[in-house]
Design a protein around this ligand. Structure first.
Ligand SMILES: C[S@@+](CC[C@H](N)C(=O)[O-])C[C@H]1O[C@@H](n2cnc3c(N)ncnc32)[C@H](O)[C@@H]1O
Length: 463
């Protein structure tokens, strides 16, 4: 992040604009909206800026700018078309310790102006860090279309009732839940429908209906969320929404930083690991942690790689929650089998090659793989093996021993769906030797069956 985004309170603060053309006029307009006390120094004053003198209560000095003109201001904006003047203003301001913006010259700026979506009191600011203001403006146009103007009214309503709600609901976590319900529920719908009085009545009623559970007691909840196989945009909408309202995020090793960044910024993040045979926190402790956090009244996003109910021990976690009467939801995720198969161009079923597909774990117990080999060696099916890399050689040998052809295609997919994805293809008899030199890193998934032969033709994801 090259520029740190903040919102400045400029009401009644002295700000200087050097220049008085159309560009300066745009900056004056913005500063005036924030209530700044604006002084303009310029030799030539355009009619547009002159007309603003009364409406925006500008102080105008018609002169060439000098060092002494710069002092005493909170912000300085240089918007002349003279590079030498702009450079001088930037130097004077820098020497005086005042933040300066020079229009269209990022190198001379301490701050830059974002593209703004104004839904006062709600403001959305977008910046490309000065790299492409046009891109920022295009993005703003997109946001303008999805954030209805009435969001400002909704924000105003929230502001009006903020203190009342604060007095009524003592626990900040419960207060947040109350506001989330209001701002996504009927009150919001009424505002968007233009029925502002009805919205206010609805909000007053909602406050009157608050029960003691909400006003005092802790009412936490756990969201057991499948975070998918890696790529952040494979999350579901529901996963994203719940992640953004959770107070705490409890996450596994397979959940990428990119996905964690989508959680609420101020949410506490707790890593509970789970590397192969090196659990950062044993499963029982994870279960207890979820219970403890929920009993503290927190909304807990329990993020698990892939889908929580596929080799994810999600069932055990919710069993504990149920036993403790803790509210929870389960959000399915794209499991590694689906994600890796799609991104590798290997359909899991295909009319010509496989009419069924089976997911198994190759996790070694006592150095051996316990699987129903006769069933797995049956023809016309695809086998997907999670956690199978260590046992790959044993798996291939056992399948051949139970009747699979040694030439049956098999693929290992490393870090599927991410930019680091690799797909290594061979046969039951060749792959174990082939991967010895590949330095594969976890996570890896194995797909076995004739569908693997389609990879060469159907691969689409750049590796
Ligand atoms: C403990 S299991 C969790 C599975 C997860 N619940 C799911 O539905 O995908 C972990 C195994 O999933 C597989 N896996 C998960 N993400 C993967 C990825 N991006 N690429 C390859 N394999 C992956 C690997 O076999 C890994 O050892």
């Amino acid at each position: 992040m090259d520029y740190f985004p903040i919102f400045l309170k400029l009401a009644k603060q002295p700000c200087l604009v050097v220049g008085a053309g159309s560009c300066a006029a745009r900056k004056i307009e913005l500063l005036a909206r924030a209530g700044a006390e604006i002084t303009v120094v310029a030799h030539d004053i355009s009619a547009q800026v002159a007309a603003m003198q009364a409406t925006h209560r500008l102080t105008i000095y018609r002169k060439y700018v000098e060092r002494s003109d710069i002092e005493g201001y909170k912000l300085v904006i240089s918007a002349t078309n003279d590079t030498a003047v702009n450079t001088r203003v930037s130097q004077y301001a820098t020497q005086a310790g005042i933040w300066v913006n020079v229009v269209d010259s990022p190198a001379l700026c301490h701050f830059i102006f974002p593209a703004i979506v104004d839904r006062a009191p709600l403001t959305i600011a977008i910046s490309s860090g000065g790299v492409s203001p046009v891109l920022a403006r295009l993005l703003r146009a997109k946001i303008e279309t999805v954030i209805a103007p009435s969001y400002g009214v909704l924000a105003g309503l929230a502001e009006k009732f903020r203190e009342t709600v604060k007095k009524q609901i003592s626990r900040p976590a419960n207060r947040r839940i109350f506001w989330e319900n209001v701002l996504q529920g009927r009150v919001a719908e009424l505002v968007f429908a233009g029925q502002h009085d009805a919205a206010e009545r609805e909000l007053t009623d909602a406050i009157a209906r608050l029960d003691t559970q909400m006003t005092h007691a802790a009412s936490g909840e756990v969201y057991l969320i499948g975070a998918g196989p890696g790529a952040a945009d494979l999350l579901t909408f529901r996963a994203l929404r719940l992640m953004q309202q959770a107070d705490v995020v409890v996450y596994d090793r397979l959940v990428s930083g990119e996905i964690l960044d989508l959680a609420r910024r101020d949410a506490e993040k707790i890593y509970v690991g789970k590397e192969r045979s090196q659990h950062a926190l044993p499963q029982d402790d994870i279960n207890d942690l979820l219970v403890k956090l929920a009993k503290e009244g927190k909304r807990v996003a329990r993020l698990k790689g892939g889908d929580p109910f596929i080799f994810g021990r999600g069932g055990e976690e919710i069993e504990t929650l149920m036993a403790q009467h803790i509210a929870f939801q389960v959000v399915p995720g794209i499991t590694a089998a689906n994600g890796c198969a799609s991104y590798a161009g290997i359909p899991l079923t295909h009319r010509d090659y496989a009419q069924s597909c089976v997911f198994v774990t190759g996790h070694l117990k006592d150095d051996s793989v316990h699987l129903n080999w006769t069933q797995l060696a049956a023809p016309n099916q695809t086998i997907v093996i999670y956690m199978g890399l260590i046992g790959l050689e044993k798996i291939c040998d056992a399948l051949i021993a139970h009747g699979s052809e040694p030439t049956l295609p098999i693929a290992v997919i490393e870090k599927g769906t991410t930019p680091a994805q690799r797909v290594i293809v061979g046969t039951l008899s060749t792959l174990p030797t082939k991967i010895r030199h590949e330095r594969l890193e976890a996570p890896t998934l194995i797909i076995i069956g004739h569908v693997v032969s389609l990879h060469e033709k159907l691969r689409w994801f750049a590796q």
